[in-house]
Design a protein around this ligand. Structure first.
Ligand code: NAD
Ligand code: UDP
Length: 340
């Protein structure tokens, strides 16, 4: 019984592959390395003493997927592969729909041909759109997304529901991540964004190692505790554990289910800056900038469904997120590009 992990060399994928290997699973990774380095998987192998089989390939290439399904006894797929930068998606919508939507269609077709019936999909809190009240619950309507990235996740969820409804022997879980941050506690694997980070924590970490001068805080006039945006941050190792819990639950579901993966609490930008400073002992200079287009004031997850049905909840707090992030960034100031 082998698990195919698409996008497994990336940030969340590499941490999940590590957790799978530690549990003794056989893993095949397909990744086109458009936003990752194969070094992540070499380090996962060094940390676990086991290696995933790696294939550099694209999920839009059905011949590549067919070959993987015929060469390995794959019974389940965890599907991370896709593009994820919200701002970039507004400039390159076709690339986002091609990778995220068309890519998933190709994967589903290959799974159907190979009769592989179990799938976990990386969805996002963004599917709740701009108008849902907080905390977000899985029973709320989705849609009303404000970027091609968000729309691509919403569309894929629709496709998965329709597909699962029409093919009752399929079991599909969409995991709606809130804000994954942090790194493996070894400091050997972590998030390695290309260019200027879009997300808050990688930006803070790059300021801390002197790669960026100061953090820009996007808006201090939101109706929140200190005026800055509130998000539900979740340690990437808890996200990885959520995938293991979801995988164990797959045989018990029919058709399609969605689960929030979040901590269930929100922190402001300035609280995150403060927590990072405490964990690292490094001062983070910042300036308040205008709001970023499309940013919501505050959202966080209702986490009851995942707790009740998956038996999963977060076990790492904000301090552990910061300590692990800092260890990774300090030890790898250039990410996986050693010696740059
Ligand atoms: P990531 O960019 O680090 O990982 C995605 C991986 O997929 C990369 O290794 C990339 O090289 C690969 N990839 C992209 N297109 C591909 C294709 N067509 N064929 C094969 N490989 C391809 O991103 P991540 O943060 O690990 O996110 C993983 C998934 O989780 C994504 O689908 C993302 O949208 C989703 N997600 C991420 C977050 C977050 O904040 N990180 C939040 C919600 C959802
Ligand atoms: N943010 C910020 N400066 C940055 C990046 C992000 O102030 O350089 C804020 C952003 O406005 C939001 C929070 O930090 O309130 C989290 O942003 P991120 O992009 O990490 O996640 P998302 O907005 O996708 O939830």
């Amino acid at each position: 019984m082998t698990i195919l992990v698409t996008g497994g060399a990336g940030y969340i994928g590499s941490h999940t592959v590590l957790a799978l290997l530690e549990r003794g699973e056989d893993v095949v990774v397909v990744d086109n390395l458009s936003n990752a380095s194969a070094e992540s998987l070499r380090r996962v192998a060094a940390l676990t003493g086991k290696a995933a089989t790696f294939c550099q390939g694209d999920i839009r290439d059905i011949a590549c997927l067919n070959a993987l399904f015929s060469q390995h006894p794959i019974t389940r797929v965890i599907h991370f592969a896709g593009l994820k930068a919200v701002g970039e998606s507004t400039r390159k919508p076709l690339e986002y729909y091609q990778n995220n939507v068309a890519g998933t269609l190709v994967l589903l077709e290959a799974m159907r041909q190979a009769d592989v019936r179990q799938l976990i999909f990386s969805s996002s809190a963004t599917v709740y759109g701009a108008d849902s009240p907080v905390p977000y619950r899985e029973t709320m309507p989705t849609g009303g997304t404000s970027s091609p990235y968000g729309s691509s996740k919403f569309m894929v969820e629709q496709i998965l529901q329709d597909f699962a409804r029409a093919n009752a022997h399929f079991a599909i879980i969409a995991l709606r991540y809130f804000n994954p941050v942090g790194a493996h506690p070894s400091g050997r694997i972590g998030e390695d964004p290309l260019g200027i980070p879009n997300n808050l924590l990688p930006y803070i970490a790059q300021v801390a190692v002197g790669k960026r001068e100061k953090l820009g805080v996007f808006g201090a006039d939101f109706p929140t505790r200190d005026g800055t945006g509130v998000r539900d941050y979740i340690h990437v190792m808890d996200v990885a554990a959520g995938h293991l819990a979801a995988m164990d639950h797959l045989p018990q579901i029919s058709a399609f289910e969605a689960y929030n993966l979040g901590a269930g609490v929100g922190y402001t930008v300035l609280e995150m800056v403060n927590a990072f400073e405490q964990a690292s002992g490094v001062k983070i200079p910042y300036q308040i900038l205008p709001r970023r287009d499309g940013d919501l004031a505050a959202f966080w997850a209702d986490v009851h469904r995942a707790k009740q049905q998956l038996g999963w909840q977060v076990t790492r707090d904000i301090h552990q997120m910061m300590q692990d992030l800092w260890r990774w960034q300090k030890n790898n100031p250039h990410g996986y590009a050693v010696g740059e």
